[in-house]
Design a protein around this ligand. Structure first.
Ligand code: IUR
Length: 463
């Protein structure tokens, strides 16, 4: 019997496909052809929402093979503009993607560090939603920073500076916008092939030669177990390489916050510390490891260790910081502000308030027992600052750049009773009892000495 429903473009001369047949085929667990997947993505603007939802659910339940996922990713890449770069940049155009976490400000030092190594980094980033912060929000806490850079204006910035960090333009991977919005309302977000196609199609549309992925697992990210993180990393690496992008993933621990700070302006300050060769060790290690592996797969370092040392040098000799300063100016920040931010010594993170918006109140919380810090629950802390205004619970909401926290201890630190362990930056006072309780519960103190777990657990390369 013929399936009911609007029949999309029956007369399309490319094929005789019908949406109900494609949905049924996937519903019954069969493999779709590349042509069927391409047809679906091409016709998506005129496909009924109910059919897109049903197809997504069929893909969610039955999965997609490697070839199907690669075909979907490629078709999505080609659904809008694909960026083009001068031929002499071949091999130099690189980017990084992170699956996101609390205190994840890695892109801010990494993009300029790579530019300082001669790479071209057209980084297209996102905004934060929920407890994960967004790179664009962090940068917008710097007065004047513009994220809405047109594609044609990226070229001169990349020529002169070597990196830019911008928002997604309206015609880059429009298929992902439609699919992501529909996944959101049809309980089909958490699907490995759909996440893979969504992430890699956007990087492929940037037309990068090499890509490094920071695939996180743990409390402060959406892949809670190491095995879930590993499966996502493998899927991303396999499909990205199948599309011709040299790709490696690092599987990294996101149980405790990265660095010491979370919250937009505070994270900018910490990123600049990193660019000045100081700041928290774990942040610097992640920047160097991600950058080092990326230089290696791009053929610009003889080994990952060689690449790591090269990135480390750019942080120590000021060349990465100079690139960051130049990028800020190229993206709208007054040169006096950019200079003040990048050239004043930020060993005291509080100095940042001379340039950036300052929270009205700072409250320190004290340890309620003595011992060693066993764990710091990134998610618990991230949710509190989200509620205090550092993030948005719904897309489009305003955020308060000055809200956040600064940890005064790390996992493994020894603490005395009454010793301060966190500074909260907030604009409503006092902190509520509920917030204080949840923050205190986020710090686990015990008598056992603890060695902090390594941030990088595994390096996942193409088979
Ligand atoms: N980020 C993306 O770009 N796509 C996704 O599907 C998810 C995160 I989940």
């Amino acid at each position: 019997m013929e399936s009911p429903g609007r029949q999309v473009d029956m007369n399309c001369n490319k094929s005789k496909f019908r949406m109900p047949d494609i949905i049924a085929k996937k519903r019954d667990g069969e493999e779709l052809s590349t042509q069927e997947i391409e047809w679906f993505v091409e016709k998506m603007p005129s496909v009924d929402d109910s059919q897109i939802g049903a197809f997504l659910m069929a893909m969610y339940l039955k999965g997609l093979s490697r070839d199907e996922t690669a075909a979907l990713t490629k078709a999505m890449q080609n659904s809008g503009d694909v960026l083009h770069w001068p031929p002499e940049w071949k091999g130099l155009v690189v980017d990084k993607h992170s699956t996101g976490g609390i205190g994840d400000k890695i892109s801010l030092p990494l993009a300029p560090a790579l530019a300082a190594c001669g790479m071209k980094v057209p980084m297209i980033s996102g905004r934060g939603l929920g407890f994960t912060g967004g790179t664009l929000d962090k940068l917008e806490s710097i007065p004047g920073y513009r994220v809405d850079v047109a594609e044609k204006d990226m070229l001169p910035i990349l020529e002169q500076v070597g990196c830019c960090i911008v928002g997604q333009t309206s015609n880059l991977v429009p298929a992902d916008k439609k699919l992501y919005a529909t996944r959101d309302v049809t309980a089909t977000v958490a699907s490995l092939p759909l996440i893979t196609a969504s992430i890699i199609s956007k990087k492929a549309a940037e037309n990068v030669n090499s890509l490094i992925l920071d695939t996180k697992f743990g409390k402060g990210t959406f892949m809670k177990t190491i095995e879930e993180g590993r499966q996502l990393a493998k899927s991303l690496v396999t499909v990205s390489n199948a599309l011709g992008i040299k790709t490696t993933a690092l599987l990294t621990d996101m149980n405790s916050p990265i660095g010491c700070t979370a919250g937009n302006a505070l994270e900018v300050a910490e990123a600049i510390q990193c660019l000045q060769g100081s700041g928290p060790d774990d942040l610097r290690e992640l920047v160097c490891q991600l950058g080092g592996h990326l230089l290696f797969i791009s053929g610009k370092a003889d080994s990952p260790a060689d690449g790591i040392a090269t990135i480390q040098t750019t942080l120590q000799d000021g060349t990465a910081c100079a690139k960051f300063q130049a990028m800020l100016v190229a993206q709208g920040v007054l040169s006096s502000i950019a200079e003040r931010l990048c050239q004043s010594k930020l060993d005291q993170v509080d100095d940042v308030w001379k340039v950036l918006e300052r929270a009205a109140y700072t409250t320190e919380l004290q340890a309620e027992q003595c011992g060693y810090v066993q764990s710091i629950d990134a998610l618990a802390l991230g949710k509190v600052i989200l509620e205090l205004g550092a993030g948005r619970s719904v897309a489009g909401a305003d955020i308060d750049y000055s809200v956040g926290f600064r940890l005064l201890v790390k996992v493994g630190s020894q603490l005395k009773i009454g010793q301060s362990w966190i500074s909260m930056y907030h604009n409503t006072s006092p902190l509520s009892e509920d917030h204080i309780l949840r923050l205190q519960c986020g710090l686990v103190i015990g008598l056992d000495k603890v060695t902090p777990p390594p941030r990088v657990h595994e390096v996942i390369t193409a088979d």
